[in-house]
Design a protein around this ligand. Structure first.
Ligand code: SAM
Length: 260
């Protein structure tokens, strides 16, 4: 620790369910002087912040950033220099599509002590909540996390041939606006049009919705679903396991309803 300078904890809040907070995250929330949080942090998790702790919202929305990243960085540095214990609370894991590493670099540049507290990333939380494994012997030997949105809406210039691997699960974050293009690239590069896609919105929260569809239909189905909240796409053969897992969970003799 540096005398007279507080510490900034870059904390992952997980995908939404407060029970998925780590013990460390829950402890830090209770002992912080100030919590600086993003839009994706669920209201259930914010309810865990004690009444006396100051809260600062720096919420971002796709293509609409009310507090620019530079200002967030400066805010964290300023708060620490005023000797505050700061929790910088981010949805999921702070270092997975969370810009936590940019904040860490800025803190380091100013000599501000910081710690990184991992959180359950949306891919893991959403998959587990639907009993879907991201890897499974014979169905997926690996998993990749991909952003479906590039800075300043630049083209999605990825190695589509490498990504179109039927033996790997592909989890697409921030892909709602570009899912037609993403599905198109994957099919052009060899994934079958019937490849299962599990779409999860507000996963792990009381507002969670999900839909099992396929690569050829995902864009149309998502457009028709009117999802309101963060959306994640799990593309690959494991996605179809949501059906078999749910059915095997139900005691024999009880009818199962079709998946949403
Ligand atoms: C800026 S990224 C942040 C990811 C976060 N750092 C993580 O590790 O999960 C935001 C994207 O994460 C995904 N996401 C986060 N929470 C989610 C949830 N509860 N349900 C579905 N998708 C979620 C969505 O794809 C959303 O557009």
């Amino acid at each position: 620790m540096v005398d007279g300078v507080g510490c900034v904890y870059l904390v992952g809040a997980g995908p939404g369910d407060p029970e998925l907070l780590t013990l460390k995250a829950a402890r830090l929330l209770k002992s912080a002087d100030v919590v600086v949080f993003d839009r994706l942090v669920s209201r259930e998790i914010l309810a865990e912040v004690p009444a006396g702790v100051a809260r600062i919202s720096v919420g971002k929305q796709p293509a609409h950033h009310p507090v620019p990243q530079d200002e967030i960085n400066q805010l964290l540095v300023r708060l620490a220099q005023k000797n505050r214990q700061v929790v910088r609370l981010k949805g999921g894991d702070p270092f997975i599509f969370g810009r936590g590493s940019e904040e860490a670099m800025e803190l380091a540049r100013h000599g501000v002590p910081y710690e990184v507290v991992p959180g359950i990333t949306a891919a893991q939380g959403c998959a587990a909540s639907l009993k879907v494994p991201l890897t499974h012997r014979g169905k997926a030997s690996g998993v990749r996390y991909l952003t479906g949105h590039c800075r300043q809406d630049l083209d999605l210039d990825f190695d589509w041939q490498g990504l179109a691997d039927p033996d790997t699960t592909l989890v697409v974050y921030m892909g709602k606006a570009n899912i037609a293009e993403i599905a198109g690239h994957l099919m052009e590069n060899g994934l079958t049009s019937s490849m299962p896609v599990l779409v999860v919105c507000n996963g792990t929260t009381g507002r969670a919705q999900h839909m099992l569809t396929s690569l050829c239909c995902v864009a149309r189905d998502v457009a028709g679903a009117g999802f309101d909240g963060p959306v994640l796409f799990i593309i690959g053969n494991v996605a179809s396991l949501t059906q078999s897992m749910e059915i095997s969970d139900v005691p024999q003799g009880i009818a199962t309803s079709a998946l949403a």
